[in-house]
Ligand binder design. Structure first.
Ligand code: NAP
Length: 219
């Protein structure tokens, strides 16, 4: 079974941040948000990490474009997302993927909120396994919407096919502000993930960059 095609999308400041030091991630201009919602309407599933749900509380639905809501997939090893999270609002299906570290009580709570909870890994969520499972369920295209940690793991495991980044004409600085890709990182530039630039366009005040992932790098 072929794994789904994965598009990583993010809005980033010119200095590579996807949120400020205070966690403010409202970086996209209105036109870029429209583009994001059109993209959501094209995919079968949207995937985010628990950190993004905890910090941004996104709905992950299609609101600024026409189209159906894709499956929402939250990678949440310890079942940390609160029952009040917008992804659990019942407006579309949500799959929360936990690991062996998730307390039973939290898992039950998520199920009571209507989420499907799947165990996919022991210490952390096994991402290749998760994508395989999504493929088995008929998911062909996944939109990866961050954050920094999940982006790193997905990219370094070779699970991303395309990267789309809207660069906002802002600089916010901050050593602790999250960057597009976090994780351990590569020691040498030549070991890094290689991309091929496929498109450049202006979207509102932002610059949209489209890349194809050529290699997954060497961790
Ligand atoms: N500007 C944008 O486009 C944009 C988009 C999205 C997010 N953001 C920003 O990104 C920040 C959140 O990023 P983040 O790095 O803190 O969190 P994240 O990448 O959203 O989530 C990471 C968490 O997911 C869980 N996880 C479980 N298994 C994993 C695996 N195999 N690989 C990766 N994660 C796994 C871990 O929590 P457990 O250990 O509890 O399982 C991990 O800490 C926020 O500030 C948000 O605003 C910005």
């Amino acid at each position: 079974m072929r794994r789904p095609y994965v598009i990583m999308n993010a809005a980033m400041t010119l200095d590579g941040k996807i949120a400020t030091r205070e966690g403010d991630s409202r970086i996209s201009c209105p036109e870029d948000l429209d583009r994001l919602h059109r993209l959501r309407a094209e995919v079968d599933a949207i995937m985010v990490g628990a950190g993004t749900v905890l910090s941004d509380d996104p709905s992950l639905t299609v609101r600024r474009a026409r189209g159906r809501n894709p499956l929402r997939v939250v990678v949440d090893g310890k079942a940390r997302i609160p029952p009040t999270a917008r992804v659990l609002d019942g407006s579309s299906r949500t799959l929360v993927v936990v690991s062996g570290r998730a307390p039973k009580r939290r898992v039950e709570e998520l199920r009571r909120r209507g989420a499907e909870v799947m165990r996919g890994g022991e210490k952390e969520v096994d991402l290749p396994l998760l994508l395989e499972e999504l493929g088995r369920r008929g998911v062909r295209k996944v939109l990866l919407e961050g954050g920094s940690t999940l982006n790193w793991n997905m990219l370094s495991l070779g699970l991303v096919d395309e990267v789309r980044v809207a660069v906002s004409p802002r600089i916010v600085g901050g050593e602790r502000a999250k960057t597009l890709v976090g994780g351990r990182g590569f020691g040498k530039v030549r070991e890094g993930i290689e991309l091929e630039l496929k498109g450049v366009s202006k979207v509102g005040r932002d610059l949209l960059l489209l890349y194809r992932v050529k290699s997954s790098g060497r961790v």
